[in-house]
Design a protein around this ligand. Structure first.
Ligand SMILES: [Zn+2]
Length: 255
């Protein structure tokens, strides 16, 4: 039963992933998410029920449009597959608890923000601002809610914002204000003290990858490297395992 539900969540995730692709394509251009219905960019053919499980149709059609054979970008496939794996994993991790819908929603937001940052070097305000409001609402509506938890959420948001505020002020080329606002949003999602795992983890991960890319001469020290995806990865880790990581870290100093 558990396995069947995990697979169902995985399939649901690939279908949601196909909607996330629409968001990734249209939000930066300021286009409507609902109209026109999604279809092939080249021949405008609308998607049929055959395309409902996009990962499989992508594989069986070898990455081409069913109707006009135009190549479909690989990103479409990776976002669908990634969302499917994430949904299956989150169900398996949380089962039917209140954390499940919250983490599914946050996961979708982080995927859309990351891919848009990778492709355009932008963190969109029109995603971050509404999610800040939604995260505040989630923080007061979770079942174990108390003023205490709500304040921990606010404190997390403030800390996330402040950790990146100074670097952005000093080194404005490497870090944009979009990253700073995203860190504030992430702090509200994770709360205090998990915000440290999310934001410091993102800085360490982004820094390591930047060093590797520079050593491999794929990037020079002057290139801007999108920071959103690393913040998103560290946030996922913080949401899933933030508390044990912090316990382990504090334990190092109390031996
Ligand atoms: Zn087509």
């Amino acid at each position: 039963m558990e396995i069947a539900l995990t697979i169902i969540f995985g399939l649901l995730g690939t279908a949601i992933g196909s909607f996330l692709n629409v968001c990734i394509d249209r939000l930066p251009a300021g286009k409507s998410l609902v109209y026109p219905p999604s279809g092939c960019d080249a021949c405008q053919h609308r998607l049929s029920w055959l395309d409902l499980f996009p990962v499989f149709s992508y594989l069986s059609l070898r990455g081409r449009c069913r109707y006009c054979q135009t190549h479909i970008p690989q990103r479409i496939f990776w976002v669908e597959l990634g969302t499917g794996i994430l949904f299956a994993f989150l169900y398996w991790h949380y089962k039917f608890t209140p954390e499940l819908p919250v983490s599914l929603f946050y996961g979708c937001i982080l995927i859309v923000l990351s891919v848009i940052d990778l492709e355009h070097g932008l963190i969109l305000n029109k995603i971050v601002y509404p999610v800040i409001i939604i995260a505040l609402i989630i923080n007061i509506s979770l079942p174990e809610v108390s003023l205490h938890n709500f304040l921990l959420g606010l404190l997390g948001g403030a800390i996330g914002f402040l950790i990146l505020f100074l670097p952005a002020l000093i080194y404005s080329k490497g870090m944009g204000w979009g990253d700073v606002k995203m860190a504030g949003m992430i702090g509200l999602m994770t709360g205090f003290p998990r915000v440290f795992v999310a934001v410091l983890g993102g800085i360490i991960l982004g820094g390591l990858i930047a060093i590797i890319l520079i050593l491999l001469r794929k990037k020079s020290g002057k290139d801007a490297i999108p920071f959103g995806p690393y913040l998103a990865m560290a946030t996922t880790v913080a949401l899933l395992w933030g508390d044990p990581i912090i316990k382990w870290y504090l334990h190092l100093f109390t031996m």
